[in-house]
Ligand binder design. Structure first.
Ligand code: SF4
Length: 497
């Protein structure tokens, strides 16, 4: 493939293989940290806002340098700095159950705001809380406001309880933008709002969104030229953060798309940190955020087995574009509102299930894997329901693994590997059974047969009666191998469906 921007040789480390677009992405992210670190010298005000529902184009209209706290936390996680930051926050009184992005961020503040790249990050002048479904967002900014006393402006985005965006929901968000958000941003920045400037940024956003969707949908090919989870987190970096609306992002997605289309023409699979992936054996859909502290080891467990993630919900967390939404320069405020309302975190469970079933069908996936994140209540709520319903509707196997975002204490490589190996066996058995015309029981059927939480639990050959597995992952891990007899006490016998 041909990149339009040559990469500095100093950035290229021989031991990790990356596509050219991945190097470009890294350069952009690092550049934003430098812009933040030098914002005061440059006379710029600084905003902080969250990834889902971020109003990047609007913030650019006021010349803010833009910080995204989750990105700071995950970048610290990737660089293996988050463990100490989390423990500092816990020593300061934060509970073990608090979202670890929050604790990594608070720990970073306590340690002098040294950002992931080593430069000191400035205190924000404004916290823009675009509330798109995760209650933690609100508590997180309360804590930062309490610490820094900086101004906060909230955009309340109604939850999609009925699974659709009604006109009055959109109007309600637009009214807040006009009456509260824009006047506050004008006052803090000292810059007058110019709607034509917003329109121009949105034209750039739309081009980048078109190219991103083409890249993500390239995974419908066999073999898939991308990994729609591990690779996609690189691809979504610029557009989900401080670059959506900038010509640099447009260029990045054009380069990325050219690169991926070339891989399709050559019949190649994804690029992994160890080079081109070998034979594609399993195609998966993944729900839930990745683990960042052991990101490379985690990914390796997939590509070593020939497993590629063809689509993931996490790759939609900062914008759901593959069902048609685009930022629209002709309706700038309305489309900002629709963008926020349509964020994955703002969707109800039936909509999330529909989306996953659609991905399994359209990307010809072998099944669903849920990475249940210990400290992310927003994603974790309802995942068992999602698992059961997706299995019921698609007939494809689904399974849980359990890790955390940026807390290295909650990544157990052996457990994850075991679960993955069992899952791949399950897929193989499904395939064999389908070929032979019979259907083996799925994990969801087994999980459905579990006794209620707190009741005695005695799977044959598993833990002794009376012990209660603390989590679904533990319950799933305690299940006998697929195909073996399963006899939970008092539950229905195996192979009832
Ligand atoms: S709880 Fe989950 S969705 Fe909410 S801020 Fe933390 S990681 Fe993000």
């Amino acid at each position: 493939m041909t990149a339009t921007a040559p990469m500095p040789a100093s950035l290229k480390k021989p031991q990790v293989v990356k596509e050219d677009a991945m190097w470009l992405q890294k350069e952009l992210i690092n550049r934003n940290y430098h812009e933040l670190a030098t914002a005061r010298e440059a006379g710029r005000k600084v905003s902080a806002t969250f990834v889902p529902g971020n109003l990047n184009e609007l913030l650019m209209c006021f010349d803010f340098a833009r910080s995204l706290p989750e990105t700071n936390a995950l970048q610290n996680g990737l660089r293996k700095k988050s463990g100490r930051l989390i423990m500092d926050a816990e020593r300061d009184g934060q509970s073990e159950d608090v979202c670890t992005y929050v604790k990594a961020d608070l720990g970073m503040m306590m340690g002098g705001e040294i950002g992931p790249t080593g430069e000191v990050l400035p205190r924000p002048d404004i916290l823009l809380l675009s509330y798109t479904g995760c209650f933690t967002f609100m508590k997180w900014f309360e804590l930062i406001r309490h610490k820094y006393g900086c101004e906060t402006v909230m955009l309340h985005v109604p939850y999609q309880g009925d699974g659709k965006i009604a006109p009055n929901m959109r109007d309600y968000v637009v009214k807040q933008l006009k009456d509260t958000v824009i006047p506050t941003l004008e006052r803090i920045s000292g810059v007058k709002f110019d709607i034509d400037r917003l329109r121009q940024y949105m034209r750039e956003s739309q081009k980048a969104e078109d190219d991103l969707v083409a890249v993500l949908q390239s995974a419908k090919n066999r073999p898939s030229p991308i990994d729609g989870y591990f690779g996609a987190v690189y691809y979504i970096g610029p557009i989900f953060t401080a670059f959506r609306g900038m010509p640099e992002a447009t260029q990045y997605y054009r380069v990325l798309r050219q690169e991926i289309e070339q891989r399709v023409r050559e019949g190649k699979g994804p690029v992994t940190p160890d080079g081109d992936m070998g034979e594609e054996k399993y195609r998966l859909v993944v729900e839930g955020p990745p683990n960042w502290t052991s990101f490379r080891d985690f990914w390796k467990m997939f590509y070593d087995e020939g497993a590629v993630v063809v689509s993931s919900t996490y790759a939609k967390v900062g914008g759901l574009y593959d069902f048609g939404f685009r930022h629209d320069a002709d309706r700038p405020l309305e489309s900002l509102a629709e963008y926020c309302l349509g964020c994955y975190t703002n969707l109800n469970l039936p909509s999330r299930i529909d989306m996953i079933c659609r991905y399994i069908d359209e990307y010809q996936a072998d099944g669903l894997l849920i990475n249940s994140i210990k400290s992310c209540n927003s994603f974790s709520a309802g995942q068992l329901l999602i698992l059961r319903e997706v299995e019921r509707r698609t007939g494809k196997p689904a399974a849980f693994i359990e890790t955390d975002l940026v807390d290295p204490r909650y990544f157990s490589a052996a457990n994850v590997k075991n679960r993955l190996e069992s899952y791949f066996q399950m897929v193989n058995q499904k395939r064999a059974a389908a070929a032979a015309g019979s259907v083996p029981p799925t994990l969801a059927a087994a999980a459905a047969a579990l006794p209620p939480e707190g009741a005695e639990f005695a799977p044959r050959g598993g833990p002794s009666a009376g012990s209660v597995p603390p989590t679904l992952a533990a319950a799933a891990a305690a299940l006998p191998p697929e195909g073996a007899e399963f006899a939970p006490r008092g539950g229905p016998s195996a192979r009832t469906r």
